[in-house]
Design a protein around this ligand. Structure first.
Ligand code: HEM
Length: 243
């Protein structure tokens, strides 16, 4: 195995994933007040209202596709009766639709960030790097899905990219699997790794603060109409003399 392949498909991923983990711990301990989307909703709403849901809903579907295509081994889907051709048909259709939504959303958000002066003035160096890497990851992913698997000759990434990626977490990555993959898959994986390394230092940290608890909790109660039976005293609804 060449040193180049070891560097690209073993050393670089582990360095990026280590930065991802250690960077988050550092950011959590030192930069709690900067742990935010740095939302610009007050500066521009119209484009954000279209671009943000398109991007995020597309992303959710893309993540679902990645879990199925990269984390679940081909043998597991075959064992439950999903043949390679069935998987291919579903993955290309769903992947293309999800990818189109995400790409459109990204294009609107990018336009808004670069062309709306009030928004572009708030753009930091970390934002620029995030947009650049996201752009490369999304375009290369779309190239692979649409260019190679929908209209091209096709490529079964579940025999190479998938096992390599899982191998990283099993501490046994096989660099040969990736060095034989088409260039566009290599570019996609490397740009994604760079994005993971940038993640803790960017506004992407907001992804871990999605207020899911809001969906389950009861509506906010600002004031009770009457004091609860066991409440000893409620200053707004009762008066009592204090001796
Ligand atoms: C190292 C991590 C990743 C690996 C190994 C990976 C691998 C892949 C593979 C194999 C495909 C399918 C290509 C095809 O159908 O031929 C794909 C597509 C895609 N990926 Fe990734 N990916 C990674 C991370 C990401 C990230 C972080 C994003 C977005 C932020 C992303 C966005 C996309 C998009 C938009 C597509 C095209 C739509 C789709 O098929 O879902 N990927 N990726």
């Amino acid at each position: 195995m060449s040193g180049g392949a070891l560097t690209l498909w073993v050393a670089v991923p582990y360095v990026c994933l280590t930065i991802f983990v250690v960077g988050h711990v550092w950011r959590l301990r030192s930069g709690q007040l900067t742990w935010t989307t740095r939302s610009t909703q007050l500066l521009e709403r119209r484009l954000l209202r279209i671009g943000s849901p398109l991007f995020h809903l597309g992303l959710l579907a893309v993540i679902g596709g990645h879990v199925l295509g990269i984390l679940v081994p081909e043998q597991a889907t075959e064992a439950v009766g999903v043949s390679e051709s069935m998987y291919h048909a579903v993955s290309v259709t769903a992947g293309t639709s999800a990818g189109i939504a995400m790409t459109l959303g990204f294009a609107i958000l990018l336009y808004r960030r670069t062309r709306v002066p009030r928004v572009s003035r708030t753009t930091t160096a970390a934002d620029r790097a995030t947009y650049l890497l996201l752009g490369i990851v999304i375009l290369s992913g779309m190239w692979a899905t649409v260019g190679v698997n929908l209209f091209g000759g096709g490529y079964d990434y579940r025999e190479t990219v998938g096992p390599w990626f899982r191998g990283l977490f099993l501490l046994d990555p096989d660099p040969a699997l990736m060095s034989g993959a088409p260039l566009v898959y290599q570019l996609h994986a490397l740009a994604a790794m760079a994005l993971y390394a940038l993640w803790p230092f960017s506004r992407l940290v907001h992804a871990w603060s999605v207020p899911i608890a809001y969906l389950r909790r009861s509506p906010i109660l600002y004031r009770r109409r009457a004091p609860a039976p066991d409440a000893p005293f409620h200053p707004r609804t009762e008066t009592r003399s204090v001796s």
